[in-house]
Ligand binder design. Structure first.
Ligand SMILES: C[S@@+](CC[C@H](N)C(=O)[O-])C[C@H]1O[C@@H](n2cnc3c(N)ncnc32)[C@H](O)[C@@H]1O
Length: 299
């Protein structure tokens, strides 16, 4: 039906300036409903009372979000999606690790600023990458309380049991910050050093298989860190960055690295989730078949 066939009121709204103004309030109501603003306000109110966290939040992610992350990792690792899903499921079923994290959080001196829960959030990407790639050395820049460090330790322990031993190095800038989750974890692997990640990387002298960037998103820092770690990456290595920022994309463009990103979807939390970026392809890229290099068509 064309505009001319519409009832008079509808035609007036769709075809006149006054109608366009009259639609502002209904459109605002539509956007508010679709953006879920009231749900967010409810979640913020509940979280403000329930949670103790101030930064570096813990939160659950939806099953869809986890399955899409698995899809991204399957592409990077060139392994079946079903295998990635088994890694996600084994972590979800890991009650021993969950109990440890909850108990340790509850007895920590920092318990008034930590939630006694086991919700990996974006650190699921670290666990999955460590399981999928069987890295010889994982370096995590930015450790905080050590939740990522514990998850990586768990992944490395499972890899070792399957015949692929690997090591972990955490780098934490804050010299005073307690790292209770890692420090007290009986199954911890590797070590944590204190200092600036760029400085520590410069003196590392070992190839890195999996580099986790979880420090800050400051552009200068990201550029310096990427420039430092890139030449240290194993050919089959992976950089997982908590931030898919312009600096990460610029680095991928300048170096020809491959790039994928996963926007996670938290469940029941006001936090909108991180966009975890992945850079890989540190070997010599295969020659590109362009129109100049392709052989002329036969016949
Ligand atoms: C988002 S938290 C890390 C979260 C952690 N990976 C986890 O799994 O929960 C960021 C941490 O990076 C540290 N940090 C910031 N700048 C850094 C730098 N240049 N070198 C090393 N650590 C840094 C901060 O002190 C903070 O503890």
């Amino acid at each position: 039906m064309g505009v001319t066939g519409l009832p008079a009121l509808k035609r007036w709204m769709l075809t006149t300036r006054a109608g366009r103004i009259a639609l502002v309030a209904p459109r605002a109501a539509l956007a508010t409903r679709q953006a879920g603003i009231f749900g967010s306000i409810r979640r913020i109110a509940g979280w403000s009372i329930r949670s103790r966290e101030l930064a570096n939040f813990t939160y659950a992610t939806t099953r869809d979000s986890d399955r899409l992350l698995a899809g991204v990792m399957a592409e990077i690792a060139r392994r079946p999606l079903s295998e990635m899903l088994t890694y996600i499921d084994e972590l979800a079923a890991d009650s021993e690790l969950a109990d440890y994290v909850v108990a340790e959080t509850s007895r920590s001196a920092n318990r008034w600023s930590m939630d006694p829960v086991f919700l990996p959030g974006r650190r699921l990407a670290f666990y999955l990458a460590a399981r999928a790639l069987k890295p010889a050395l994982v370096v995590e820049a930015g450790v905080d309380k050590g939740l990522g460090a514990v998850l990586v330790s768990r992944a490395l322990a499972r890899n070792a049991a399957e015949g692929h031993a690997g090591d972990y190095l955490g780098i934490e800038y804050d010299r005073e910050k307690p790292i209770p989750l890692y420090a007290n974890y009986p199954g911890r692997i590797g070590t944590i050093v204190r200092g600036d990640s760029v400085e520590i990387l410069r003196g590392l002298g070992r190839p890195v298989s999996l580099f986790i960037h979880d420090t800050t998103a400051a552009a200068d820092h990201m550029r310096a860190q990427l420039a430092t770690v890139d030449p240290m990456m194993e050919t089959s290595g992976l950089i997982a960055s908590t931030w898919t920022t312009e600096s990460l994309v610029d680095h991928a463009v300048a170096t020809g690295r491959r790039l994928l990103s996963h926007q996670e979807e938290p469940a029941g939390h006001w936090f909108r989730g991180d966009r975890v970026g992945f850079l890989w392809g540190f070997g010599t890229p295969p020659p590109c078949r362009t129109s100049e290099t392709a052989p002329p068509p036969s016949g």
